[in-house]
Design a protein around this ligand. Sequence first.
Ligand code: ADP
Ligand code: MG
Length: 324
Amino acid sequence: MGEFELIDRYFKRPVTRSPLGIGDDCALLAPAPGMQLAVSTDMLVEGRHFLSTVDPFALGHKALAVNLSDLAACGAKPLAFSLALSLPRVDESWLDAFSRGLFALADAHGCELVGGDTTQGPLNICITVFGEVPTGQALLRSGARDGDDIHVSGSLGDARLALEVFRGRLSVPGEVFEAARQRLEQPQPRVALGLALRGIASSAIDVSDGLLGDLGHILQQSGVGARIDSQTALGLLAAGEAGAMASGLLAQETRLELVLAGGDDYELLFTAPASIRANVQAAASACATPVTRIGRIERETGVRLVRADGTLMQGRYPSFDHFK
Ligand code: ADP
Ligand code: MG
């Protein structure tokens, strides 16, 4: 099968909202009047972001999910995406499953595939997403202010737990692993929450490299520091609820590390003035997304991790860095 037949068969679908999709030199997008385009690119490389054995349906899902998560963090509504694909060979069953996973998530978010590039080479998937946000209303990393609450959506650390089980470094009961693996392989981008937080959140980021690392980006770009309640943070590991965890299968230190520095979570971490706490909860319930308040922004730079009794914890929780 040639390049163009492959594109036609697996990726070309009629576009309904974009004026021009796959098949010309450029795709055309038409953001509504008064809207800004939000654009983000994320690349997934075999051996680095996923193993060759991963289910192609899940991979198609995840490749788009990590990109939609960036739109969510900006409070942008998904419009369209492009797909640059490097494939070692034409494997029809792989392409079929990959494209089904990709389009299932794309359809769920009304995001159209409008173009891309296809070449032979090591397996590499690069997606660029385009979203729209009313001019001036994008959620940024730079807006956190002294006294703001710090919130995070959903649960943290489970994706990393699954990765460590795959690597043979941790061991958990089968059903705990299956739930964690679902989080690693098919994360659900928090698009609805991002939209609901426009005009409410003072800053936002999606957690891809670990809570503390990504919080660090907000703190640095906002010129502030933070205090994080370690007991609340511990409760964010969904697998921590399983009886096996409670009875001490994973040490507290390990669970805290997974939550604070796990990575691959794709939850939203955001700040909002304490005076509008009720609006945050209303936004969260409106889109049925749990949100937990885990700390507050302080003037003093750096992160202070505190125990329930208010004493400071020591310890370093580095975030994931591809070059370290
Ligand atoms: P060009 O030579 O102008 O770069 P290509 O021959 O690479 O065009 O691609 C032909 C058309 O197919 C273009 O519209 C391009 O956007 C689209 N396309 C190529 N690969 C993909 C892909 N993997 N997914 C979606 N669209 C693709
Ligand atoms: Mg091309």
